[in-house]
Structure formats: structure tokens, C-alpha cells
Ligand binder design. Structure first.
Ligand code: IVH
Length: 710
């Protein structure tokens, strides 16, 4: 935590040399704060401290205009620091991993895989430590390292080639490698190097890092690669992206091949033959955790046979063939100072614990979630006791835990330490932001503000969601700037459409107002408006997700987009759907869309106020339709298929995944829109409906021939 800076007037007494040094220090601190806030999503200083740094910087610049730096923080909006990196579109997406926290979940993982593959015998897996660093993709062409990129949002990362070239563990050339090879793995810092770096930083009066992961991230993402070069980063290879020729037939052999090519591969990688083997290796690695010399946060299991990996494929952001078995959470005790209620984008009232700061597993924690009012009261959703029925009160001595990157939670309370005057917490029944009643639906653990868009908290949270990474992802317009514009009397942003009218409202060429603001300048305003302009053209799935409708996350948005293909068709379906009519039937026939999602979507699109905001937004945009995934070479591209009856050679899930990979849509019921029905033994009403409608019906063997799997 940074201590509050002295009053701004102190700049009057600075000598020019001291001012220069101080501007440099402030630029570094603000850049680090921007990085942790905007890019690592792990703010390390409070907003007040951040603002104080910016004010101090501005005041010194005002007094010594000649000393203003080329990279002055006052010329940058929020995340601008990292925007200096070029963008790299990953040719093969960089995925994340599903998590397991118990041996039972590992058994489930193995069951799911065998079911998906319709495979009775055992499956072999590799097991290796999950390194707690940041992932990198290294592209080699003709045996030369030509590009290094961070993961970013998985689709687009940042070009950090110059920085990667300074890391010893990363080979610059490869002998006997495929012509194109993308090697992926984790950049990290060892415990010893981390301690030495922090000591050096401390002695130089520079910021120290909270943990090796932050140190690795902060070191790699330096615009000045000579800083990276001076930082002791390491790299473990564990997977690959694009490749002109396969490395091997199995994961284990592929790792060995990467080792032979000159990469560090983790020596704790073993081959396992059952879930029991996997958990036994997990226990061995956990026992070694403290002595490995670098941070790990679990063990990763991967199906060994690469042909099976190929069949298993991916869900939207994670592979089906791998899982991360995470280590148990880290714990600490501290005092609960206050309980604040935050209102989220869907109106949910979320209680947040404000804590006496405490270190939990190397990270300072001062906030934790308290879930909902029942959790505070010591009951579960069904009224049963949790924590033996102990409630949580302000002033209590509470146990905090965090597992991996998730938000810390409160696990327990020590009643022997409860202050005598501690009162049971009264959960509000009115929204403190807008005064609307906050209600609980039957069976819902969450109390929600009913204010909708009139609630400023909901409106601002929706805007933050709208500009977030998986939604519009507008560079230079993050949560911080949204907060600022939301309150701006002159150039307000209250709904998403306002983002796209901002430039026009600022007088557009020459800009009038924004460029003279604290924290902005001609250049940053031009950049901001260009970044907004660039997002006027937006893919349909991103737009649907960005609307922030309850129950419509990234995956559901993708399903809806893939089904309706264009905004007009989506809008027509969602606007006219009511239970029982054809539009509703079409919506709920989409595999993965049930009544709850359908009700939420149609409810939002048919609500006059919400709808007006959506229409105003869409009028500003060009919505890109969804292209069929594969239009050539696939006999089922663009068709709507229905599977019915029993499939014997592949599971229903594999068949569905395969069909979608070939560019088809899979529906749950037969309608006039169905093109092809695949009927296995035992097919009943769906096959009959297909016959009645004259829809082509084939059996499993014909399907396998079509899908290219015979
Ligand atoms: S495999 C397609 N193996 O964990 C799967 N990931 O939580 C690619 N990670 O994004 C990942 N150690 O950055 C894999 N041995 C390991 C890993 C590992 C660390 C990271 C990786 C991934 C994240 C998911």
C-alpha cells in the first residue's frame, strides 16, 4: 500500500532536480498502478491513493512545465501504459483450464471423458505442476523465434517479442523443428530471484512486488525491454498452438520433444493410468510444494493420447481433455471492520466484508465476499445451518480464505473473540443507491434492487460490463473511466449509446472539452475516440453478451448468435417470443437455452425502457453477422441437425461437438427448420415428426460417413 502523498502545495519547495526525480517516481508508480488495475485486475493501491499520485504529478508538472515527461501520466487514460504493445491475434486460441478442488471432481472428470468418447477402458493422463505465472505463446518459423505474445483475452494478446528475447530459458533458434511451431508455456519467477529482486527494489526505494506472479507479470510487460532483461524470468513449456507438423502422438512424447528442442519442461511430469494415480501424484507434488523453489497452485492433468485430445476438443474457453486440480485454499484470521453492500449489474445486492488488511498466501487482502444475507445469518439457501448457525457481525474475528485468483471469502467466525456490543447485521430491504425496494424472488438467495436502469449503481455496473474485455473491450475506457464519465456533468455516459456519441458531443475535430481535463490531453483524447470508433463494428455474439442481460453470459450469447446469425433475426426472435408461440419454441429449441434464459432475454428485450436503450445503441453500430463456421468441405455446414435415439459409436455430446465444428447447428427438437435428423435405435416421437414433415433422416453410420469419421 502506498502512503498518502504530502499535500500538493509541497511541490512549491521542490528543487528542479528533486522535481525531475519525483516525476520519474510518480510515472513509475502510476504506470504500475494502471497495470495492476487495468490489466492484471488486481489493484494494489486504493482509488484515493491513485488520485493523490495523479494530483501530485499534475501539480509538479504545473510548476515545472519543462520537466514534463514524454510518458507523462497526465497524458494517459487508465490502461494506456500497456496499450504500447502491439496486438497479436492468436491463430489458435489460448485457453484456460477448468478447475477441480477434490478427488471426487477428478473422478468426475475421468468419467465425463470416458462417457464423451464412449470408451470403457482406462485412459492415460499426464500430471504436471500448474505454474503460477503468466502464459506466453512463442512462435517459431523456420526454427527462429519470430513472435512472443501474452494470452490477453485468449483471442488477442500483446506482442512482447522484444521482452521474450531477453529470457534465457526461451530458445531463440530451434534445430529440427517443424517449419511453424507455436510453443506455449508459463513465464514465472523463482522464489530466490523474487526475494533478490524485491530486495533490490527496496534498496533503490522502488515498489516491491506482492508475490512472484505479480513480479513476473510486471517484469514481462515492460515497454522498455531492457527492464525485462534485468529481471530474472524463467519459462516452462507445456503445450502448443499452431504447428505445421505434429510433435508426437502423445502429450508425454510431445513434452519430451519440446525438451529435446531446448525448452525447459517440468521435471515433475508423470504418466498416470487412473484417477487414483492422478490424486496420488497430486499428493506427492503438494508435499514438495514448499521446496520446489517456485510457486505452483495445483496440478494439471491432460489426456495423454493426442488423437483423443482432438476428439474431445473444446468448450468455449476450456479444453475437455485437461483440468487443473487446485491446492486447498490459504487461510488467515482478521477483524471484520464493516459490511458494505454493492449493487451489481443485475441489481443483486452483494455484501462485501471490509477487513483489517491481512496477508493470505502472500497477498494482502482487505476485502472479501460475504455472498448473500443468508450466508451472513449462518444459514444456507434451504434454511439449514452453516458454520453451526453462527452469524457474522461487524467487529467479529473472522477467517479469510482464498483459492487461486478467486475473490477471497469468509469461512468462519470465532465467537470467543466477539465484542460484547456486536449487533446482528441488518441486511437492507431498500437499495441504498436508488431507494427502490430490494426483493428476493422465491427460491433465490439473492436480494435484488428493483430499480433497473433508474438505479445509478446498476446503470454504471452495466456500463462497466459493456466495456469489459469479453464485451466491447474499448481501449482506454475501463471501469475507472466509466465511473468518471457516469458522473460527468458536461460529457456524461449513462447508457452504452452515449459512448458512441461522446466524440460528437465533444465537438469532434477540434475536440473542445475533454482534452483540457486533468488526466487527458489532445493525444489521449484522440486515442480514446479512435478506440471507440474502432468498436462501432461489432460481432453479434459480443453485442449480445455486452447487453448484460441476466443469465446471458459469453457461452449463451455465442449460442444465440450462432442460431440467429444476424441482429435483425435475433431481435425479432427475442421481441416476439412469449411462452407458447413459435418464436418462443424456436428460442427454447436451441440446445443449451432453457426457460430461464428465454424468460430473461424476452423480458429484457420487451421492457420498454431497456429496449429504448438497446435500440439507441444498435443505431450507432454495424453488427457483424455470424459466418457459418465452415462453409466449404463440410456437407453439413449451415444445416440444422437433430439427434435422436441412441448413438452407439460416439456419445451424444461428441456428436454434437463434431456437428458444430463442421458448421452445423444442433437443435433439441424437430421443426420445419430442421434439415436433417440422425436417428439411432429407440428413436421415437422426433423421428416420427421428421417423417411427417418430410425431413431427411439418416442412421449413425451415415452420420459418421458425413462427419468424416469412418
Ligand atoms: S495447459 C489448453 N499446463 O494455467 C490448456 N496450463 O488456469 C492450456 N498453467 O491459462 C493450458 N501451468 O496459463 C497448462 N502445466 C500447465 C500449466 C498451465 C500453468 C496456466 C496457463 C492457463 C492457466 C489456466
Amino acid at each position: 500500500m502506498i502512503t498518502q502523498s504530502p499535500e500538493t502545495s509541497e511541490s512549491d519547495t521542490l528543487t528542479p532536480a528533486a522535481a525531475r526525480a519525483e516525476l520519474e517516481r510518480l510515472a513509475r508508480l502510476i504506470a504500475a498502478a494502471n497495470l495492476s488495475y487495468h490489466t492484471l485486475d488486481a489493484p494494489e493501491i486504493t482509488d484515493a491513493d491513485y488520485d493523490a499520485l495523479k494530483r501530485r504529478n499534475a501539480s509538479i508538472e504545473a510548476r515545472f512545465p519543462d520537466l514534463k515527461r514524454a510518458d507523462s501520466p497526465s497524458e494517459q487514460v487508465g490502461g494506456a501504459v500497456v496499450s504500447g504493445f502491439g496486438k497479436v491475434a492468436h491463430r489458435v486460441r489460448m485457453l484456460s483450464l477448468e478447475n477441480a478442488f477434490s478427488a471426487d471432481e477428478v473422478v468426475d472428470f475421468d468419467d465425463r471423458i470416458r462417457k464423451f468418447l464412449n470408451h470403457d477402458g482406462p485412459i492415460d493422463y499426464t500430471a504436471e505442476p500448474k505454474i503460477d505465472g503468466l502464459s506466453l505463446s512463442l512462435r517459431y518459423e523456420g526454427g527462429r523465434l519470430v513472435q512472443a505474445a501474452t494470452r490477453g483475452d485468449g483471442e488477442t494478446g500483446e506482442n512482447v517479442t522484444a521482452n521474450a528475447l531477453t529470457i534465457n530459458d526461451i530458445p531463440k533458434t530451434l534445430q529440427d523443428a517443424p517449419e511453424v511451431l507455436e510453443v506455449r508455456g508459463e513465464a514465472y519467477m523463482s522464489h530466490a530471484d523474487f526475494a533478490a529482486l524485491n530486495e533490490k527494489q527496496r534498496q533503490a526505494g522502488d515498489k516491491t512486488f506482492a508475490n512472484p506472479r505479480n513480479a513476473a507479470a510486471g517484469s514481462l510487460r515492460q515497454l522498455d525491454a531492457s527492464i525485462t532483461a534485468a529481471r530474472p524470468l524463467r519459462f516452462f513449456a507445456y503445450t502448443w498452438g499452431e504447428m505445421s507438423a505434429p510433435l508426437a502422438d502423445t502429450q508425454k512424447d510431445a513434452m519430451e520433444r519440446l525438451g529435446a528442442l531446448g525448452f525447459q519442461v517440468n521435471p515433475e511430469t508423470v504418466l498416470c493410468h487412473s484417477p487414483e494415480d492422478l490424486t496420488a501424484h497430486y499428493a506427492r507434488i503438494e508435499a514438495q510444494r514448499a521446496t520446489l523453489g517456485y510457486d505452483i497452485d495445483g496440478v494439471v492433468y491432460k489426456v495423454n493420447d493426442l488423437a483423443l485430445q482432438g476428439r474431445l476438443g473444446f468448450r468455449s474457453t476450456t479444453p475437455r481433455w485437461a483440468i487443473a486440480h487446485k491446492f486447498a485454499a490459504e487461510l488467515a484470521w482478521t477483524r471484520l471492520l464493516a459490511i458494505d453492500i454493492q449493487v451489481g449489474r443485475t441489481g443483486a445486492l452483494s455484501p462485501v466484508a471490509r477487513l483489517q488488511p491481512v496477508t493470505v498466501g502472500g497477498v494482502v487482502v482487505s476485502n472479501a465476499t460475504l455472498h448473500n444475507e443468508d450466508y451472513i445469518a449462518g444459514r444456507d439457501a434451504k434454511g439449514g445451518a452453516i458454520r453451526d448457525g453462527k452469524d457474522i457481525r461487524v467487529g467479529d474475528w473472522v477467517q479469510v480464505y482464498r483459492a487461486g485468483d478467486v475473490i477471497p471469502k469468509i469461512a468462519d467466525v470465532d465467537l470467543s473473540q466477539r465484542p460484547d456490543d456486536a449487533q446482528p447485521f441488518q441486511f437492507p430491504h431498500l437499495c441504498q443507491e436508488c431507494g427502490s425496494p430490494a426483493l428476493r424472488d422465491e427460491g433465490d438467495a439473492v436480494r435484488r434492487c428493483t430499480g433497473g436502469l433508474i438505479c445509478p449503481a446498476q446503470a454504471v455496473e452495466r456500463l462497466k460490463h459493456f466495456v469489459s474485455r469479453a464485451a466491447f473491450d474499448i481501449e482506454g475506457l475501463g471501469a475507472k473511466q466509466i465511473e468518471m464519465f457516469f458522473k460527468d456533468p458536461e460529457l456524461p455516459i449513462h447508457t452504452p449509446a452515449d459512448i458512441f456519441t461522446l466524440a460528437a458531443r465533444d465537438g469532434q475535430n477540434p475536440w473542445k472539452k475533454l482534452k483540457n481535463r486533468d488526466g487527458f490531453g489532445e493525444k489521449s483524447v484522440t486515442n480514446l475516440f479512435a478506440a471507440i470508433e474502432a468498436k462501432r463494428v461489432i460481432p453479434l455474439d459480443r453485442l449480445i453478451f455486452a447487453l448484460g442481460i441476466r443469465h446471458i453470459g459469453e457461452q449463451v450469447a455465442a449460442l444465440l448468435a450462432r442460431h440467429y446469425m444476424t441482429w435483425d433475426q435475433f431481435e425479432a426472435g427475442a421481441t416476439s417470443g412469449t411462452p407458447g408461440n413459435p418464436a418462443w419454441a424456436e428460442l427454447t429449441a436451441i440446445d443449451g437455452i432453457g426457460d430461464v434464459v428465454a424468460r430473461s432475454l424476452t423480458g429484457a428485450m420487451q421492457n420498454p425502457a431497456e429496449r429504448a436503450a438497446v435500440d439507441r445503441l444498435v443505431a450507432q453500430l454495424t453488427v457483424q453477422p455470424v459466418a457459418p463456421r465452415m462453409t466449404t468441405g463440410s456437407p453439413v455446414a449451415g444445416l440444422t441437425l437433430v439427434f435422436t435415439g441412441t448413438l452407439e459409436k460416439m456419445s451424444r455430446s461428441e456428436a454434437k461437438a463434431r456437428a458444430e465444428a463442421l458448421g452445423a447447428k444442433v437443435a433439441g427438437s424437430v421443426s420445419a427448420k430442421t434439415d436433417l435428423v440422425i436417428a439411432g435405435p429407440g428413436a421415437g416421437s422426433k423421428a416420427k415428426a421428421a417423417e411427417a414433415l418430410g425431413i431427411r433422416t439418416i442412421d449413425e453410420d451415415e452420420w459418421l460417413a458425413l462427419a468424416g469419421q469412418t
